[in-house]
Design a protein around this ligand. Structure first.
Ligand SMILES: [Fe+2]
Length: 242
């Protein structure tokens, strides 16, 4: 069984360590879909590494808009140089995880550049058989909450990604974070899921231009068993983050 966990935001280790996941621990992989820190500083990444240290499983990370590519890359020994985009693939049991960098340094909204989309298309062509999860920070779905959608993705960005996704039927899900809210949609014929925050969730307010937060924290599980794939959300108790 492969269980991959997608979490976002701060206080990662505390809530995930409280989760009861029953399975073969050797087949569990943690995937953190960005915003590992609030400020992107070296000190914050040192703290994240400390929090993740007790995890008895591989941890794969990618950047969010609050991260610093250079510091994140250094802290986790990721391939590539300096502040260039962080893209890579890993095999997790029978599941292939493709980490795709969606950030624009210095901005909250994400974007998928032509160069990035070309990399993704080529990477997905390398293995068209293995069930694959595409992980990124900015999930390609609108929430209907204007202020939140304004810091996620332009429709043109979602359309550009949809063109790539629709060419790869091995994709089981596109998973992201950023929204501090569980949300699901489709893109190019594939399921899209944004994981809940490992800290605070956004209150569902579709009228006010003002984002407010509530608890509890949570995370998403992506489970592959016997060729069957599902995404599941686990909600936890309260957390201490503010
Ligand atoms: Fe974010």
């Amino acid at each position: 069984m492969t269980v991959s966990i997608s979490v976002i935001s701060c206080a990662i280790a505390a809530p995930v360590n409280n989760a009861s996941i029953v399975g073969t621990t050797a087949s569990i992989t943690y995937g953190v879909t960005g915003d590992l820190t609030d400020d992107g500083s070296e000190e914050s990444y040192r703290r994240v590494r400390q929090l993740l240290e007790p995890f008895d499983a591989p941890v794969h990370v990618l950047p969010g808009n609050h991260d610093d590519r250079r510091n994140l890359r250094e802290a986790f020994g990721l391939a590539g140089e300096g502040d260039e985009p962080i893209n890579y693939s890993v095999d997790v049991g029978g599941l292939r995880l493709v980490a795709f960098d969606s950030i624009v340094p210095g901005q909250d909204p994400g974007a998928y550049s032509t160069t990035q989309l070309r990399w993704l298309d080529q990477e997905l062509r390398r293995d068209t058989e293995a069930p694959t999860v595409l992980a990124l920070h900015h999930p390609p779905l609108p929430t209907g909450m204007p202020e939140w959608d304004a810091i996620n993705l332009e429709p043109s960005e979602r359309e550009a990604l949809a063109a790539v996704v629709s060419r790869h039927s091995q994709l089981r899900a596109v998973v992201g974070g950023h929204l501090h809210r569980t949300a699901a949609g489709t893109l190019g014929g594939c399921t899209v899921l944004s994981a809940p925050s490992a800290c605070l969730q956004v209150r569902p307010d579709f009228e006010r231009n003002d984002i407010s937060f509530v608890q509890p924290p949570g995370f998403a599980l992506h489970v592959l068993r016997g060729g069957d794939f599902s995404s599941q959300v686990e909600l936890l108790g309260s957390c201490e983050c503010g």
